[in-house]
Design a protein around this ligand. Structure first.
Ligand SMILES: [Zn+2]
Length: 887
């Protein structure tokens, strides 16, 4: 400090020596600030009563939206639009900022950008007028401007970025400077003030409501109804409404940059920008990568030049390996520009560390290190605003390059890309038609060109039936298709040096949706001929109901689809009795493996309920007038499912989503429920992440309002769960909760997973799995299908219990992704079931419901929930229930 002062004085003195006068008054060397374009518009400070970033103050999302609407009403350069509703039915607003002229011809700008991104159509147009395609593209690009998409606070606790966008929008709307004019003339700026408006309301409203109280100020539960912080891990499964909203925006606006404003931990670098870290997916276009990295460098330069300390790049955020974080837009021509700014304390209060905060050292990756032990919300807003303007200005200074590189060239590269097979074929007549529909719907939402064979054909030496889907890889989104269907082999090159350890990805190591969902897909390397029609929309197959079976007969459905869970849920909801055959049967001219669903013809609402449920799943229904002789499990009437999820536990949130989609009759288990679990539940599901500590300690409810009392710890919860099972209750414990259940109920299992990460690490991969399909928990599963493993548990049974699924006895079980030392799992049990007193307990060591990705395993969840709560009957008893004599 002292030294710096002296230097300044010396510099002033030397300037004086050469005849210049330096005035101490600030501003005299600058031009007077240009007048506001909207002199009557209140500034953020005037509107909200405080400046963005003031300590302890957060503008609510409702107020911010109102302010943005006010600005849009005043400014011809700002449009405000509610483009969608959210999961909780709130408004999802966006803003468009550009010159009045650009906004006046927005439709034409977007139409040209779409044409630029469609190299096939453009090549035809170019040929028609006798011009080279690239020259034609340049001509088109000269008539348009690129879209710069900037989005804040998808993670709702990362509040500073939404607050910063208030300043950014205000400045763009009012500032007359050359820089702002260039941005508005040369870009359409698409502002998403929050990619998770529900969460902004939960977190900021809670913060404001608890002001002046003793309560902890940070919202303690999931800040999205289902997925909380996992909401940016949904860019290929597209399960959540907000994910689909973003894909719609990407398709409509075709941004060249998507600037995602995030915050990281308090001890992270003050701001991180690209260049990114390894690994890089073979499917991501080099231009998308290089442009992101270059933009990061430009922004770093501007921040450093502005004197903002603590800027860092590289060595983090290897997000370009998987489609869960790299996202759909990456494959459409956008460059992801991620900024991660360190967070403050309790959202809006200064954080003070033990010493100078990161980055401390002057290095190539952080040329201007930080120099203080304190970090504030005001700084977050300042850094975010500067990074936004720098990013905007960088692209606005060279719009034609961004248009040509990102929209034209990346999409043109897709048409000639040779990195994958010629096509992926999804054969007709699969064991799980519902899974095929679920998977194909993703490609449909992504606007992939899908063909369907209208006649049988042969390709790659194999025969495929009419109705098979064909996804060719040389198409605009062909590399997205390859990303999602390729068997992932983790790149050995993802290292800093030859002997350095492999760099693990920022998220998981595989995103193969066919393996996740249980769909057979064939990669065909060489070109082939097939008679096809282009599929406009993936629709569910129309299933004809069979004629009603005679009295004493039954409707029969196979157990092979995870969609069967949806049908069982519907039957349960309607109060229709249903049975699962414990043996293989023949009925209605069809053979069924164990687990077939039998619904008595005599059930009054059976036909009506099945007709509706089958329409939603496309699963075939058969009818038999004579019930084949078989034992069965009679499902409990309206099985009451309790979900132990814990506060802010994302795996529990994903389970809620899946159960809501299927219509499962479930309630979240609350602290007070432990007093009488059996009185309220038939089946209890322990979500992954529910540890013994979480059960017993839970949320410290003295620090939170009454509404979170449900999440309080219950000191004897493990004992209560054990009693519930012993007295006839049914328990399913998933992922890490398997060990919670094992400890609570003294299950005879030993976790054999090696804990040394130097010799054993499997950070999210698909491993081979053998199922004993005669066991009720595995009914309907294939004898072998990959399962999800994310450094989870695997077991050796040390006493009485039944292995339902296990890792193969020999060989490397890795199927897709990265696994080190996976042979240690050979022969180990993953899913097992136990009799505990009068009840049943099923555990899965692996996180088989991970973000709903390995959806084929949902069959196990359905089985365990319903079969375990049902009653086992002999063939005679079954026959009596159906009112016939059996055969
Ligand atoms: Zn984040």
């Amino acid at each position: 400090m002292h030294l710096k002062h002296k230097t300044t004085v010396a510099a002033a003195a030397s300037l004086a020596l050469i005849g210049l006068t330096v005035s101490p008054a600030v501003g005299t060397l600058n031009e007077p600030p240009p007048a506001s374009k909207l002199p009557d518009l209140p500034t953020p400070a005037e509107y909200f009563g405080f400046e963005m970033g003031d300590e302890g103050r957060l503008a609510s999302f409702a107020d911010i939206s109102d302010y943005f609407e006010t600005i849009a009403a005043e400014s011809p350069e700002v449009d405000y639009e509610v483009v969608d509703r959210t999961t909780d039915n709130n408004e999802y607003p966006i803003l468009r900022l550009s010159s009045e002229e650009n906004l006046g011809r927005l439709d034409s700008i977007l139409a040209i950008n779409e044409r630029l991104s469609d190299p096939l159509a453009m090549a035809e147009e170019a040929e028609a007028v006798g011009v080279e395609p690239e020259a034609y593209a340049r001509d088109l690009a000269a008539q348009t401007v690129p879209v710069y998409y900037i989005e804040a606070s998808i993670h709702a606790t990362e509040v500073g970025n939404t607050q910063a966008l208030v300043d950014v929008v205000h400045r763009l709307a009012t500032d007359n400077s050359e820089e702002t004019s260039r941005i508005l003339n040369n870009l359409v700026v698409l502002v998403v003030p929050s990619a998770n408006p529900d969460g902004q309301q939960m977190v900021v409203d809670y913060f404001n409501q608890t002001a002046g109280t003793e309560y902890n100020r940070v919202y303690p539960d999931l800040y999205h109804r289902y997925v909380g912080h996992d909401n940016n891990r949904d860019w290929f499964m597209l399960t959540q409404k907000e994910s689909r909203t973003r894909v719609n925006l990407e398709q409509k606006y075709r941004p060249v940059v998507q600037h995602y404003m995030h915050q990281a931990g308090t001890n992270s670098p003050r701001i991180w920008t690209p260049p990114y870290d390894e690994p890089l997916s073979p499917d991501v276009d080099p231009i998308a990568v290089a442009s992101s990295n270059a933009l990061g460098q430009f922004v770093q330069r501007d921040l450093v030049a502005e004197g903002l300390k603590g800027v860092k790049s590289d060595d983090a955020y290897g997000i370009l390996w998987n489609a869960d974080v790299a996202g759909y837009g990456t494959f459409q021509g956008t460059s992801i520009f991620l900024t991660e700014i360190a967070s403050a304390r309790d959202l809006a209060y200064p954080f003070t560390g033990d010493g100078v905060l990161e980055p401390v050292d002057k290095t190539i990756r952080s040329p201007l290190p930080y120099d203080s032990d304190t970090w504030t919300l005001k700084q977050i807003v300042q850094y975010a605003t500067s990074a936004a303007f720098s990013g905007l200005n960088t692209v606005a200074s060279d719009p034609q390059s961004w248009l040509m590189n990102n929209l034209y060239q990346i999409n043109a590269n897709s048409l000639t890309w040779e990195g994958g097979p010629y096509a992926y074929i999804v054969p007709a007549d699969q064991r799980d038609p519902y899974a095929v529909y679920d998977m194909m719907r993703i490609f449909d939402q992504g606007d992939v060109e899908i063909e369907q064979a209208s006649a049988a054909f042969s390709a790659g030496g194999q025969e495929f039936g009419a109705g098979s889907y064909i996804l060719r890889t040389q198409q605009p989104l062909g590399r997205w298709v390859d990303q999602l269907l390729r068997i992932d082999e983790y790149p050995e090159s993802a290292r800093k040096c030859a002997d350095c350890p492999l760099i693990m990805p920022y998220s998981e190591t595989t995103d193969n949706i066919a393996l996740f969902m249980g769909v057979d897909v064939t990669a065909v390397e060489d070109e082939f001929a097939a008679e096809t029609r282009s599929v406009r929309e993936i629709r569910q197959e129309r299933i004809r109901m069979p004629r009603p079976p005679a009295a004493g007969g039954a409707y029969v459905l196979g157990a092979e689809s995870y969609g069967l869970g949806r049908i069982i849920d519907a039957l349960q909801d309607a109060g229709v009795d249903a049975y699962r055959a414990t043996e293989a049967i023949s009925a209605g001219g069809q053979d069924f493996a164990p687990g077939a669903l039998l619904i008595p013809a005599s059930e009054p609402r059976a036909r009506q309920t099945l007709t509706r449920a089958v329409r939603e799943t496309s699963l075939p229904v058969y009818a038999t007038d004579t019930l084949p002789a078989t034992g069965a499990i009679e499902l409990a009437e309206k099985t009451r499912v309790g979900l132990v999820r814990g506060a802010n536990n994302m795996p529990g949130g994903w389970l809620m989503w899946m159960m809501d989609q299927f219509g499962t009759n479930y309630e979240v288990v609350e602290a007070e429920d432990y007093a009488d679990l059996a009185g309220q539940f038939d089946s209890i599901v322990l979500a992954p992440g529910i540890s013994t500590d979480r059960l017993t300690t839970g949320l410290d409810t003295s620090k939170y309002p009454e509404e979170f009392a449900w999440a309080a710890g219950v000191p004897d919860a493990p004992q209560r769960l054990a009693e519930f099972a012993e007295q006839g209750g049914n328990v399913l414990a998933l992922g890490s909760a398997s060990q919670t259940a094992a400890a609570a109920m003294n299950l005879p299992v030993e976790n054999i997973t090696p804990q040394d990460r130097e010799t054993f690490t499997i950070p999210g991969a698909l491993l081979a799995q053998d199922y004993d399909t005669t066991q009720p928990a595995a009914w309907g599963m294939p004898a072998s299908w990959p399962t999800w493993f994310n450094n989870d548990a695997a077991f050796r049974l040390t006493g009485e219990g039944t292995t339902v699924s296990s890792y193969p006895a020999e060989g490397n079980p890795l199927v897709s992704g990265y696994a080190l030392g996976a042979e240690a799992l050979n022969g180990a049990t993953n899913i097992a079931s136990f009799d505990v007193g009068d009840g049943k307990v099923t555990i899965a060591g692996g996180h088989i419901t991970f973000r709903t990705w390995p959806r084929a395993s949902w069959t196990v969840v359905t089985n365990a929930i319903y079969n375990g709560a049902g009653t086992t009957l002999t063939a005679e008893e079954v026959a009596a229930r159906f009112g016939g004599s059996g055969s």
